[in-house]
Design a binder for this molecule. Sequence first.
Ligand code: PMV
Length: 361
Amino acid sequence: MTNSDFPGSELTSALSEPITVSWQSPSNIALVKYWGKTGRQLPVNSSLSITLSKAFTETSLTALPRKTKGSVDLDFWFEGTQNAAFGERMTKYLQSVTDIFPWLAQVNLKLETHNTFPHSAGIASSASAFSALALCLCSLDTELNGIMLDETEFRQKASYVARLGSGSACRSVFPGFTVWGKSKALTGSSDLLAVPVTEFHPVFSTLRDSILLVNKKEKAVSSTEGHKRMIGHPFAEARIKQATKNTADLLEALKSGDKKTFIRIVENEALTLHALMMTSDEGFMLMYPETVRIINRIQEIRKETGLDICFTLDAGPNVHLLYFEDQIEQVNKLIVEDLLKNNEQNMRIDDFYGKGPVKIG
Ligand code: PMV
C-alpha cells in the first residue's frame, strides 16, 4: 500500500459554502514501543498499544470557499486561541499530504482543536491530535469528492494518513489493542498503518491506566530527536529483535489471558525505551528521581501483595500504572496512601481501555 493506493482528486467545481467535519479521537499508550524510524515515517520495529478513553482530542476542520489555488492556507485555533507554533506544524503536515488530498490547495481551512487533558500535563497529545485531524481529512474527502469507503477502508486510510503526521497516531484510529509495523505474528500487520488486534481474552478489556504525573514540563529531548538517536545506535539490531519477539509474545499473552507475561513484557519495554535513550550517542534521561521511586514501589508492592499491577512509561517522566478493573479499589487506596502520598504534584488521570474515535455531529 502506498499513497497511490489512496488516489486523491481535485475539486471539479469551486466550493460554494463552508463544510465542517468533527472528530473526537483518543490518545494511546504503547505497551511495545515504537522507537526509531526510517523513510517517510516508517517504524524500524513493530509496536503494540492500547487506545485510551478519557484522554482525547476534539477537532473540527472547515473547508471554506477560495478563489485561487495555491499552497495550504490554514487558520489554526488551539483551545480557543490562535497558536502560531502548532499552526506551523499543522500547515507543514497538511502541505505534505496534498498528494492524497489535492483539494487542500483549493480551499481555505480552519482547524479548531482542544484536548480533554491539560496540554501541559506531560501527556503525549500528538497521537490524539493527528488521528483526529486524519479522520477529519478523510471525512472531508467524502463530503467534497463523494469518495465513499466502507468502514474498514475508511479507518485504514485514516490510520495511514495519521501515521504521516505522528507515527504513534496511526494506532489511535482503532479501539483497544492495535499493532503498527509488520509482524509475522499478526496477519495483515503493516508498516504503513496500524491494524486492530481482534483476538484477546476479555480480561484485557478491563485494563485501566492511571497516569501518575511526576512532572508537567516540556521534555528536554523531543520524540522526534529520540527517534533520530536510534540511527547508528549500538543496540539497534538487538532492539529490533527484542521488539519483534515482545510483540509476538504479547499477542500470545493477550490471547490466552496471561497477565504475568503481560506484566513482564510491558515493564521490559518501558525500561528498554529509557535505556535506549541513556545509551544513545549523546545519551539523555527523561526519568526523574520521582519516576524511579514510583516504579520501584510498584514492583515492591506487586511482590508484597500479589496484585496484578505494572508500569509503563512514555517518552517522559510520568508513570502509567496499569491494573485490572477487579482490583480498582485496592489500587486506588495504594495510589492515595502510598504511591502519590509524598508526591509534590499529587495529580493523576484515571483512564482505561477505549472504544476508539467517534465522529461528532
Ligand atoms: O509518534 P511519535 O513520533 O510521537 O513517537 C512516539 C514514541 C513513543 O511514544 C515513545 C512510543 C510509542 O510507541 O508510542
